[in-house]
Every structure is written in C-alpha cells, then in structure tokens.
Design a protein around this ligand. Structure first.
Ligand SMILES: [Zn+2]
Length: 173
C-alpha cells in the first residue's frame, strides 16, 4: 500500500494511486478521488433507482474539481454549476437539466474562468460511496450537491443569470 493523499480540491483523504496519476485531462482531482468517483458512477449505472442521482453527482463532482484554468475547465465548471442550479433551485430532472446544459455549452458560447472558492464544502464523493441503501445514496448525493453549490456562493448570481438567459430562448417567446 502506498498510503493516502488529500485531494487538492475536495480535501477527501483517499488512497494514493500512483498508476492513475496521468488522470483526467482537465479535472484537478487526486487519482484516488477520481477512482472513488468512477466507482460511484458504476454503482449508479447498475441501479436504475439511482439514475437521477447520477446526473446530480456528475454536476457535484465536476463543480468540486475544476482543474487548472483553461477553456475546457472553464466551460465544465459553468455547465455543471448550471446543472446544480437547475436541479437544486429549479427542480429540473436529469433529462431537462442535461438538455439545458447542452444549450448552455453551444459551440459559440464562451466562459470566463470563475475564481474557485477557498473551500468546496464539507461533503465529498466519499460520503456518497459510504451510503448503504438507495435512499441513503440519493440523500447523500443531494447533500453533497447542496454543499458544493453553496461553496460557489460568490458566483451563484452569475450562474442563475446565465442559465435563465440560455433557457429564455427556449420558452417560445
Ligand atoms: Zn476530490
């Protein structure tokens, strides 16, 4: 065993996994944290009762691990924060949220880098991995998502405005 490391983004203490260090090309997570996330997605994919939780978990994880400033990371943070907003504040389901996110990520859209918060909240992917039942799992994803959304409080107004602008064009005005 090679010990543990603290994820530089969410601060979860995770196993160090040297062979995974190449990692994702723009997510900033520690490899052990990314491994916990992929385990989580696997569990959600194998259980239809967790389909909605999966959509929210993707938004929470990506918004909690923005990575290094750059076009792709900027867009990812914006789009997943829009997903958190629509699900948590507007009550969108996963499909509607995915549709709205696709609109927001139109090829001509540009996204300035949002200065990340000092802390991404106290809840992490590990809290969800620890959940035993589907109900606990869904609750844990929701708490995690709320925590991440709250952590980005300084940018919430901008996210709401952007999302509402994007969706304004789809209301058949
Ligand atoms: Zn992490």
């Amino acid at each position: 065993m090679s010990g543990t490391v603290r994820c530089p983004d969410c601060e979860a203490v995770v196993p160090d996994v040297p062979e995974l260090r190449a990692g994702h090309r723009y997510v900033g997570a520690a490899p052990g944290c990314w491994a916990a996330y992929t385990e989580l997605l696997g569990r959600q994919l194998s259980d239809p009762a967790l389909a909605e939780a999966r959509m929210l978990a993707v938004d929470a994880y990506m918004a909690q691990h923005p990575g290094a400033p750059g076009r792709q990371a900027s867009q990812s943070v914006w789009v997943h924060l829009i997903g958190l907003y629509l699900t948590l504040e507007r009550g969108y389901d996963g499909i509607s949220s995915a549709r709205a996110k696709a609109l927001a990520a139109a090829p001509e859209a540009s996204f300035e880098w949002l200065e990340p918060p000092a802390s991404y909240g106290s809840s992490t992917v590990l809290d969800v991995v620890a959940a035993a039942t589907a109900d606990e799992h869904r609750d844990a994803v929701r708490r995690w998502a709320m925590s991440v959304w709250g952590a980005w409080g300084a940018h919430q107004a901008a996210i709401r405005t952007r999302a509402d602008d994007v969706l304004g064009g789809t209301r058949g005005r």
